[in-house]
Design a protein around this ligand. Structure first.
Ligand code: ZN
Length: 127
């Protein structure tokens, strides 16, 4: 699959779930709750598997926010970590549904497991 086709598929999936995706050169990836929009910078992720993994994670945040299942207290690091891990667990199933041919292993879906990543999350939320 070409990257162009992959990005088209991202857009189609977003449309199904009533959100949108904006491709950028530098900014992202993250989910803008108020705008129901994924901000995504493909160049940060060299492989298609990695792009897909990250896209599914951001789409999972859209589901979390749309369904109101769990919104973290943005001042509480452990709640934020739970929110991120839940997103990754959900992302695995989103990935199975939409990108099963890529065979991305479930072990890939464990975000914020090391200190650098947790520090990044802390900085992102200004904690
Ligand atoms: Zn996340």
């Amino acid at each position: 699959m070409t990257n162009t086709n992959l990005f088209l598929r991202f857009e189609q999936i977003c449309k199904i779930h009533r959100c949108s995706i904006t491709f950028t050169k530098e900014d992202g990836p993250y989910y803008l709750d108020g705008k129901r929009r994924i901000i995504f910078c493909p160049s940060h992720f060299p492989t298609q598997k990695w792009k897909i993994k990250v896209f599914c994670h951001e789409l999972a945040h859209h589901f979390q926010n749309s369904l109101d299942t769990f919104k973290p207290n943005n001042q509480n690091l452990s709640e934020l970590l739970t929110y991120e891990l839940d997103a990754d667990r959900l992302a695995y199933f989103i990935c199975l549904h939409y990108f099963s041919e890529f065979k991305i292993h479930h072990r890939t879906y464990i975000c914020y497991q090391n200190r650098e990543e947790v520090d990044f999350l802390r900085r992102w939320y200004g904690l």
